[in-house]
Design a binder for this molecule. Structure first.
Ligand SMILES: *Cc1c(COP(=O)(O)O)cnc(C)c1O
Length: 563
């Protein structure tokens, strides 16, 4: 029998809150790994019939679109998109009190439909309403834009407004609120307030803790939002007595991570090592780990989809079975890859006129441009790189990635790559593609021969683009940090840069290790021992894609965290 709309909503037991969600490159409400992970998580929940509803903010001008001039200077332009093309407006309105005024919030819905037909609705919050002031109407313009005050108000909209909107929409039986990063931690204040006993101000911390789970995503301190209490006081008014708030969120500044830690029953990092690093950052709390994954069906390119459909039927909702990729013939693996590579090279040549070659060993590197990711590490010794290409074989590089508008060193990195491209142009072709997004990410992780990642340890919580590459048989060459500690089997699924013993990265040693691997192992295997190369491709799929997927990850969340 058809369920009534209301009982269907009451069956939704898990509310997933995220400042950004990347579900489709045409819906520009994400900036990078955190948002794409959120989107992939929701897609797997839809496939696996997990009774979830998700909440985020509708950014009318997106994160930003990136333009690069010939020197590599980044210019940011607002993204033009029309929410009406993708989302359904909802009639409900709720409000929050900010600075003693009322800010009205409306919502839009996008349904993620799983393979099995089950859907997970995403609720996008929106303050662009006539009854709001000009400033408040702009609160949902930009993701990660504006100043601290702007961010604080956005997080009030997300956390407090989000809980109120869920209730207004009829999601009244939520058993777990999952905070995907600390941005959403204000939801705990709303839950506390709801449960406050009417007669006397007694706060039921234990009950709220039962309701909340928290995933922390970065060991970089700047990644944890902290607001001065005078701002918080101005914004929140008397929502909660300040002595209570300080007890929960820290004495000197309102720390969103502490607030989430103090009011969550289950807390986790996003890879084994990141769980340990987070545990030592916050020794008073028990921090588990659930290693990230990616949504397999989203990140497998068409040619590999065809192969898997033919040899591993059922893989789409059972990515564990990708382990059987070991029995697919080498010729078919190679052909599928070469087609994806041709498509990428065609795209690059059409966009840039760079004349990249279809047979040349192609290294891909794409992610947010920020210093700890060290996109320039591979160019720290230009002369050595020239020698490698003479001795061991030709190579070419494709880079992409946006720098946050305020991240000046991150912007410098882009210029450094462009400079290196000029210096090496007669020997090694290097292109930097502008406006990295999910669509471009997919083309790159499918079409490159090798996926490179060179973060400074121990700052890479997980990293997910290498998992996407593995789904298409593309091995990684990476620093042993984040997921790669778990995913790297040397010479079988890819290669490590540096040793597992290093605690902190040393640029020079890492560069030297990177060059050695390229010269003595990787290029030779690719050009001289193609058979072994394709075997490594198969193992990347069989060993890594079968594990580093959000189907496995969501099942761990359900069993360890939600239930
Ligand atoms: C997967 C993805 C990321 C994350 O990449 P990492 O290498 O894990 O940092 C960032 N941006 C986009 C668009 C992605 O698709």
């Amino acid at each position: 029998m058809e369920k009534t709309d209301n009982s269907e909503k009451q069956d939704r037991k898990i509310a997933y809150f995220s400042m950004e969600i990347g579900i489709d490159s045409r819906i520009p409400t994400y900036s990078g790994g955190l948002g794409v992970l959120a989107g992939d998580t929701i897609k797997s929940c839809a496939d696996l019939r997990v009774p979830m509803v998700a909440v985020t903010i509708l950014y009318e001008k997106g994160y930003f679109a990136q333009k690069l001039d010939p020197q590599g200077n980044q210019q940011e332009v607002p993204v033009k998109w029309n929410p009406k093309d993708f989302l359904k407006p909802l009639p409900n309105k709720v409000s929050v009190r900010i600075e003693n005024r009322t800010v009205a919030i409306q919502a839009w819905q996008y349904d993620v439909v799983g393979i099995t037909g089950h859907t997970v609705p995403i609720i996008f919050l929106d303050t662009d309403l006539k009854e709001n002031s000009e400033y408040d109407r702009g609160l949902n313009d930009y993701l990660y834009g504006g100043d601290q005050w702007y961010r604080l108000l956005q997080e009030i909209i997300l956390g407090i407004g989000g809980v109120r909107m869920l209730h207004s929409l009829g999601y009244t039986e939520i058993k777990k609120y999952h905070m995907n990063e600390g941005h959403a931690a204000f939801l705990t204040l709303e839950l506390l307030n709801e449960r406050k006993r009417k007669e006397e101000p007694v706060w039921d911390f234990e009950q709220v803790r039962e309701l909340c789970v928290f995933t922390t995503h970065t060991p970089v301190p700047a990644g944890h939002d902290k607001f001065p209490y005078d701002l918080a006081k101005r914004a929140l008014g008397d929502l909660l007595p300040f002595d209570v708030l300080k007890m929960l969120a820290g004495e000197d500044r309102l720390n969103m991570t502490l607030l989430a830690l103090n009011l969550s029953k289950y807390i986790n990092g996003v890879a084994k090592k990141h769980g340990e690093v987070s545990q030592s950052m916050f020794p008073g709390y028990q921090i588990e780990s659930i290693t990230n994954g990616v949504h397999s069906l989203t990140w497998v390119c068409d040619t590999f989809k065809g192969l898997y459909d033919k040899y591993i039927p059922g893989w789409r909702n059972d990515p564990f079975s990708l382990r059987y990729a070991l029995s697919i013939s080498k010729d078919e693996i190679w052909n599928a890859h070469q087609q994806a590579k041709n498509k990428l090279i065609d795209y690059v040549n059409k966009k840039t006129g760079f004349g990249m070659d279809y047979e040349t060993f192609t290294i891909g590197f794409a992610r947010r441009s920020t210093t700890y990711k060290r996109a320039d590490l591979v160019f720290s010794d230009i002369e050595r790189l020239k020698k490698i290409t003479e001795k061991a074989g030709k190579m070419q590089f494709i880079f992409s990635g946006k720098a946050h508008p305020q991240d000046w060193p991150g912007k410098e990195l882009i210029k450094k790559i462009i400079t290196a491209s000029g210096q090496l142009k007669d020997r090694i072709k290097i292109v930097y593609l502008e406006d990295y997004d999910m669509e471009l990410a997919k083309m790159l992780i499918c079409g490159a021969d090798l996926w490179l990642n060179t973060p400074r340890k121990p700052r890479e919580a997980s990293g997910t683009s290498g998992m996407k590459a593995a789904h298409n048989g593309v091995p990684s060459l990476s620093i042993l940090d984040g997921w790669w500690i778990e995913g790297c089997i040397e010479g079988i699924t890819g290669w490590a840069i540096g040793s597992p013993q290093d605690v902190e990265s040393n640029d020079q040693e890492d560069a030297s290790s990177l060059y050695d691997k390229l010269e003595f192992t990787i290029l030779r295997t690719f050009y001289i021992n193609r058979d072994n190369w394709i075997n490594i491709m198969r193992h990347a799929i069989a060993i890594n894609a079968s594990f580093f997927n959000t189907h496995r990850m969501v099942q761990q969340y359900v069993l360890n965290s939600y239930l």
